[in-house]
Design a protein around this ligand. Structure first.
Ligand code: FEO
Ligand code: CA
Ligand code: CA
Ligand code: CA
Length: 659
């Protein structure tokens, strides 16, 4: 979902004021007394004290030891960085080329008609590439070959820009309330995922329509529910009295995968699709509220499809907000909602194999003042017997992060019967804990964060990088460890350092870890509390609103953004940096997105010679419509709207990206 500022007209996240009723006072109050003393000592007491205090707190909380500069160049990255700019089209660093792989509406399945925005149907859309590509995964073909020239792309389709898909529906958010039944059908088919074969021939990538493994997963694809919430009365509906069979997956943002070869797709802002008077009157009203479910849904699906109407199916929203696992190499496989990993607005779920073979999944809940989680499997994964891994994600422990001062943190277990997670607090069993994971985490003492987005482990140094995209509503009293800035407009990146990081003994199962701030984003010298490794270049080095992240095999970080401040003349894009050495956190702009778009995905092929990017919601600007979009990227065809697309970036000389 876009992370635009509070003044934007369109995005659903305008409603994202945060659902956490007790976002916590952080350690703000506690530290404030100490800082007030310090401010007084500095002669800062008086009228300006509050502002000075915030700044002092910021400075203190994010001050971290800098790495010792080493001899040699400032960065191992060799591309000349781009300048910040706004444009109707994309730009990539000199020496690189962006190739089109697949666009919204392009044929995926056998028999899919060619893209025709004026004659779109639900049936056509269900065989074509969906809308608003987000998470990207790449799996080699043949399976296990390690090929970097031929594989399967697994792509999330998070949501629809109704105003840019259909003629005559008007602009922005209001368009979503004006759709007729046929248009809603198209939207339902445009959500979900695509698995599509892709091939590099003579240096150029293309998709293979009708490929043997190609698949569309939509909001109507049958799925199974497993884990503690499977079959729970709160998951039962008239269409599924068993509470174990769900149609579809919703608002699939980022994702991840498993070491045993399956893909994970994460359900994020599912709340926006459900509405009805029951939002305020149902016995579950409090629980709805905690997840942002309101009387008036953003999308008008409930007017045309019964299950999105809370008054008819009050439990349907409980069947969303999970992570979903499926086998990319089997188009017939039934995706499984793994409820042991908790129900919240899942940005993604990325794995890290621990010293003993158990697997941790790190997960962000992308909303202001929500939490960072991890799930640790009860058993190690089995390299030799794939069948043994099939239900590994059903048994294990869900934890939530609590950050403390001096770089310390704990992982608190969300286990029924532990601490406050008891019947007295409304948790009859583990099913209640996972269905209301947010409330459980609050009671357990989790640290409210600045919108945790993608979380990923660096394959080289073993540290876990948490993208905290922004939080304009954090007050000075609410700042605390790991969330050190009030009115955090630009976000930051936190490194979580598990015991043994960077060694084979790394322990991702541990209940304690350390943390550091890697980047506090924004413009150095302008935005308070900004921190990079050192002053970044004035051309393109500074970034805002980190969202997705990937690492190349050298352990360098590639950060995509969502919500760059247009007013400052900067577009969303991809920034890269070393994570260690002299170039640590010295970010450089590599790719700039067309107007209105954010960049999702980033995914390298195993040889680091291709970087796939998902360019999501091009033209999502205030006032933009089907008839008069702010850009017609990528086709620039008069009379046609922009199209979310997946591109492949390659180096013109065929070399490794960034080297
Ligand atoms: Fe869908 Fe958290 O971005
Ligand atoms: Ca986003
Ligand atoms: Ca995201
Ligand atoms: Ca990622």
């Amino acid at each position: 979902m876009p992370n635009k500022s509070d003044t934007d007209l369109d995005p659903p996240e305008i409603e994202d004021i945060g659902s956490n009723p007790a976002p916590g006072r952080g350690l703000g109050d506690m530290i404030a007394a100490r800082l007030t003393r310090r401010a007084a000592l500095r002669g800062l007491a008086g009228a300006g004290a509050a502002a000075a205090l915030t700044e002092a707190l910021v400075t203190e909380a994010i001050a971290q030891p800098m790495p010792v500069p080493m001899q040699g160049g400032p960065s191992t990255l060799t591309f000349p960085e781009l300048r910040h700019q706004l444009s109707q089209t994309q730009a990539v660093a000199e020496g690189y080329e962006a190739q089109m792989v697949i666009r919204w509406g392009d044929p995926v399945l056998e028999g899919a008609p060619a893209y025709d925005p004026k004659a779109q149907t639900k049936e056509a859309q269900a065989k074509q590439f969906g809308y608003n590509n987000d998470y990207l995964d790449y799996w080699p073909l043949p399976a296990g070959s390690g090929s970097s020239d031929h594989g399967l792309l697994c792509v999330n389709h998070e949501y629809t820009n109704t105003n840019l898909m259909f003629e005559g529906v008007g602009e922005g958010r209001a368009a979503r309330g004006r759709t007729n039944a046929a248009q809603v059908g198209i939207e339902i088919a445009a959500h979900g995922m695509t698995v599509v074969e892709v091939k590099k021939e003579n240096g150029t990538w293309r998709s293979v329509p009708g490929g043997r493994f190609n698949r569309r997963i939509t909001m109507e694809t049958p799925m199974r529910v497993s884990g503690p919430a499977a079959g729970h009365p709160r998951l039962q509906t008239r269409a599924d009295p068993s509470g174990t069979r769900v149609l579809g997956t919703l608002n699939n943002c980022a994702g991840g995968n498993t070491p045993w070869g399956t893909v994970i797709t994460a359900e994020e802002n599912f709340n926006n699709y459900f509405g009805g008077a029951a939002a305020e009157t149902d016995p579950q009203a409090e629980a709805y509220k905690r997840y942002g479910i309101q009387k008036d849904a953003t999308w008008s699906w409930g007017r045309h499809v019964e299950r999105f109407d809370l008054d008819k199916e009050p439990n349907e929203p409980n069947r969303f907000g999970w992570v979903v696992e499926f086998d990319p190499y089997d188009p017939e496989s039934v995706p499984v909602k793994r409820t042991a990993l908790g129900r919240f607005k899942h940005e993604g779920a990325t794995h890290a194999v621990s010293h003993d073979g158990r697997v941790a999944f790190y997960m962000g809940d992308d909303e202001r003042f929500e939490f960072l989680y991890k799930f640790v499997t009860a058993r190690p994964w089995n390299r030799d017997n794939p069948a043994a891994n099939r239900d590994l994600m059903d048994e294990g422990t869900l934890y939530v992060a609590q950050f403390a001062e001096r770089g310390r943190m704990r992982w608190l277990p969300l286990v029924h019967g532990t601490g406050p997670l008891t019947a007295e607090n409304g948790f009859a069993n583990q099913a209640d804990v996972v269905i209301e994971a947010r409330r459980a985490a609050t009671l357990a003492g989790a640290t409210p964060m600045d919108r945790p987005e993608d979380v990923e482990t660096n394959p080289v140094n073993g540290r876990v990088y948490v993208m905290l995209t922004n939080n304009s509503r954090r007050t000075p009293q609410q700042v605390g460890p790991a969330n050190a800035r009030a009115a955090n407009l630009h976000g930051h990146v936190v490194e979580v350092i598990p015991p043994g990081a960077g060694t084979p003994q790394v322990d991702h199962t541990a209940t304690e870890a350390r943390w550091e701030v890697f980047i506090a984003a924004g413009k150095p010298g302008i935005d308070p509390g900004t921190r990079y490794h050192r002053a970044t270049s004035e051309t393109g080095g500074w970034l805002s609103c980190p969202d997705n992240v990937a690492f190349d095999s050298k352990g360098r970080i590639w950060i995509s953004t969502d919500g760059a401040p247009v007013a400052a003349g900067i577009a969303d894009g991809i920034w890269a940096a070393d994570t260690d050495g002299y170039g640590r956190a010295l970010t450089r702009l590599f790719y700039q997105a067309p107007t209105g778009a954010e960049v999702c995905g980033p995914r390298f092929t195993p040889d680091d010679r291709t970087l796939f990017l998902a360019i999501q919601h091009p033209g999502e600007d205030p006032g933009s419509t089907y008839e008069r979009p702010s850009t017609r990227w990528p086709d620039f065809k008069e009379g046609e709207p922009p199209r979310p697309s997946v591109i492949a970036i390659v180096k013109k000389d065929g070399g490794e990206i960034g080297s």
